[in-house]
Design a protein around this ligand. Structure first.
Ligand SMILES: [Zn+2]
Ligand SMILES: [Zn+2]
Length: 55
């Protein structure tokens, strides 16, 4: 299964600077973010608990 960025949906498998983390709100959902979305502070939102970040 390929990893895709939770924000831009680009494939991030083995991409330098990508991060993977559990939702800070509920811990159930895993987010993946690419370096570009981190740099641009692109928003992501959890479908489970409604948490949204970049923080
Ligand atoms: Zn992205
Ligand atoms: Zn959540």
């Amino acid at each position: 299964m390929a990893d895709v960025c939770s924000s831009c949906k680009n494939q991030v498998t083995n991409m330098k600077g990508m991060v993977r983390f559990s939702c800070p709100g509920c811990g159930k959902v895993e987010f993946v973010r690419c370096q570009r979305c981190r740099a641009n502070a692109v928003q992501y939102k959890c479908q489970e608990c409604g948490f949204s970040g970049p923080n």
